[in-house]
Design a protein around this ligand. Structure first.
Ligand SMILES: O=C(O)CCC(=O)C(=O)O
Ligand SMILES: [Fe+2]
Length: 370
């Protein structure tokens, strides 16, 4: 079934422009298949022939790599300063931890978000390369939202798009974020339990993820088993987030996922790179249960504000007391050492002993499509 879905998505995504004609039976069929793929696979699927040019992806990867390989002291100039005011910016190893396990998360990220943006002057093409891919993702997500709404037979098929107008109008405030992620080569002093990205669910609606060929991304199935999301060239991995799960009364499960360190020595000695686009409803939107014959009518939750939910989780991930990142760092030598991943061992106890929130894990059955 999934192979057919790939072909149909291709026809549709490359030939039909937004807005989508929901009366077109071919489109309804595509929507049904896309919705079912996500529903049956814990909110996760591969998309191929999506129309986003390969060169755009490789340019974003190349410029990001140039940035992440700069000396730590330069990268630290571009740290997130204050999550609430501005989510945009760089995070060094150790700054974001996505669940309450004490494992070290060996990753660096640069989040592209909001209107008050700053970019590394040392990498002049970083901005253009990452923003081009970001914009392509936003437009693509807007199409996928409509397909999702059609797939679950909502009376108003524009309801998801109306809640996430930020995807087509960049002036509307939201925490819609593009993230370029860099997982440094694993060092000889890595310890058991080190992970590249701890288990978590994403905060918003749909995440689009481009990955290189290193691997390590895994999604969790209903029996708590972890299944590899093997890199497939030219594909986008799509997964659902918390707000989509809530909004659809659990129909699209927020996909639990993590990134482990690959076992093959050769791969461990290489960096890994990904680019993600996290779509989310506009900041002022409150999510309450959608109604449709396909959705659980007894599923109840208090309306949840989009910004509050995502910011609440972000604050926990960065540590409530660590929000003013630049203030806290002050480039003290010791701190810089930790954040630069030069020598993290001496900071382990202090840094990793703090309590973390337990991330919700979905329960639906999981079966990879390939
Ligand atoms: O880099 C990856 O493969 C996944 C990272 C991730 O899930 C995240 O940053 O939310
Ligand atoms: Fe994630």
């Amino acid at each position: 079934m999934f192979c057919r879905l790939k072909a149909k998505l291709s026809t549709y995504l490359q030939t039909k422009s937004h807005p989508i004609d929901q009366e077109d039976p071919e489109i309804q069929e595509i929507a049904n298949k896309f919705g079912l793929a996500l529903h049956e696979n814990n909110g996760c699927a591969y998309l191929t022939n999506h129309g986003i040019p390969e060169e755009m992806v490789s340019a974003a990867f190349a410029e990001s790599q140039t940035f992440f390989e700069l000396p730590a002291a330069i990268k630290m100039k571009y740290c997130k300063e204050d999550l609430v005011k501005n989510y945009h910016g760089y995070s060094a190893v150790g700054q974001e931890r996505l669940n309450d396990e004490k494992n070290r998360e060996l990753k660096e990220t640069f989040d592209i978000c909001g209107r008050d943006r700053f970019y590394p002057e040392e990498v002049p093409m970083f901005k253009e390369a990452t923003e081009s891919l970001e914009a392509a993702c936003w437009k693509f997500q807007a199409k996928l939202f409509k397909l999702l709404a059609m797939s679950i037979k909502l009376e108003n098929v524009n309801v998801i798009n109306d809640g996430a107008r930020n995807c087509i109008d960049r002036t509307i405030p939201s925490l819609n974020t593009a993230r370029t992620a860099y997982y440094p080569p694993i060092r000889d002093d890595a310890i058991a339990g080190d992970i590249r990205c701890a288990p978590h669910t994403d905060y918003g609606l749909l995440t689009l993820l481009f990955q290189d060929d290193i691997g390590g991304l895994e999604v969790q199935g209903s029996n708590t088993e972890w299944l590899p999301v093997t890199p497939i060239p030219g594909t986008i991995v799509v997964n659902s987030g918390d707000l989509l799960e809530k909004w659809t009364c659990g129909y699209f499960v927020a996909t639990p996922h993590r990134v482990i360190i690959p076992e093959a020595e050769i791969k461990m000695k290489k960096c890994r790179q990904t680019f993600m686009s996290f779509s989310i409803t506009d900041n002022d939107i409150y999510i309450s249960p959608l109604k449709s014959e396909l959705l659980d009518k007894d599923y109840y939750f208090e309306p949840v504000n989009s910004f509050d939910h995502a910011m609440g989780k972000a604050k926990k991930a960065y540590g409530e007391d660590e929000i003013k990142v630049r203030e806290r760092i002050e480039f003290s030598k010791a701190e810089l050492k930790f954040h630069a991943f030069i020598d993290y061992r001496e900071y382990t106890e202090e840094y990793f002993d703090k309590k973390r929130p337990v991330t919700h894990l979905g329960t639906a059955g999981f079966q990879l499509c390939f």
